[in-house]
Design a protein. Structure first.
Length: 244
């Protein structure tokens, strides 16, 4: 998967360092994998990634489009901690069939199969990942997950990307407030599409803005919607309906 970059975090403070920054519990990655994000202090998205715990090292599997930003932000927070951050030459592989030795189950959803880290790409090239991600409301970096995103509006809790019991992380106050003190009025929903629609199309409810269409696969899509305006939804060339 050439679209992924694998960083390595070493040093005696690596776990405590990352634990105080990201949305999920780093200790759960010991011998396994967790999905998480780094946010701004205002609770908005910077990068999403997987943390893989190995002896004396944490690996960070991140989209290459946000890898440099994540590296820069983590380095900024490092201060005097005994932490070293570097880029590795590891390759990320994915598949949905029998899990190879050393592979780990994707922690977001069972339908997403396994992830493997090694010298060669052993991915199953026959898998239609976009179809799986749209069908299971999995947000994508750079599409549903952008610098304006609040992660709870992006289905992050449902895909095991945030732990409210782990303690503090950057942006936690905003995320916790959205979780405990408010009912979400906007967010991602899966929609069925009648007609010709494309990612980025504005969605209207009558003459009122209702949201934006994001990932599209066939007649299915992921849309960011205002929940009070979902009864009648259209783009310029299509009608949309909330999927079951």
């Amino acid at each position: 998967m050439s679209t992924r970059t694998v960083l390595a975090i070493t040093g005696t403070d690596r776990v405590d360092f990352l634990q105080g920054l990201i949305t999920n519990d780093v200790t759960r990655a010991d011998g396994g994998i967790v999905y998480a994000a780094l946010l701004t202090p205002q609770g908005k998205f910077i990068a999403d990634f997987f943390v893989i715990g190995q002896p004396d090292i944490l690996l960070i599997d991140v989209g290459s489009s946000v890898a440099a930003t994540l590296f820069q932000r983590l380095s900024m927070y490092r201060l005097r901690a005994d932490v070293q951050i570097s880029e590795t030459a590891l390759t990320v592989s994915r598949g949905t069939g029998p899990r190879p030795d050393g592979a780990l189950d994707d922690s977001r959803h069972a339908a997403l199969g396994w992830r493997y880290y090694g010298d060669q790409d052993i991915s199953d090239a026959t898998v239609d990942w976009e179809a799986i991600e749209v069908a299971n409301l999995i947000p994508a970096t750079g599409i549903e997950l952008t610098p304006d995103t609040y992660i709870l509006e992006a289905n992050f809790e449902a895909i095991n990307g945030v732990d409210f019991k782990k303690g503090c992380f950057v942006g936690q106050e905003i995320v916790a407030r959205m979780k405990h003190k408010a009912t979400l009025k906007k967010g991602l929903r899966r929609v069925s599409i009648d007609g010709d629609a494309a990612s980025g199309d504005a969605i209207m409810s009558g003459d009122k803005p209702a949201g934006t269409l994001h990932s599209v696969h066939g007649n299915q899509g992921i849309a960011y919607l205002r929940f009070d305006r979902t009864d009648t939804m259209t783009t310029q060339k299509a009608s949309l309906h909330l999927a079951d």
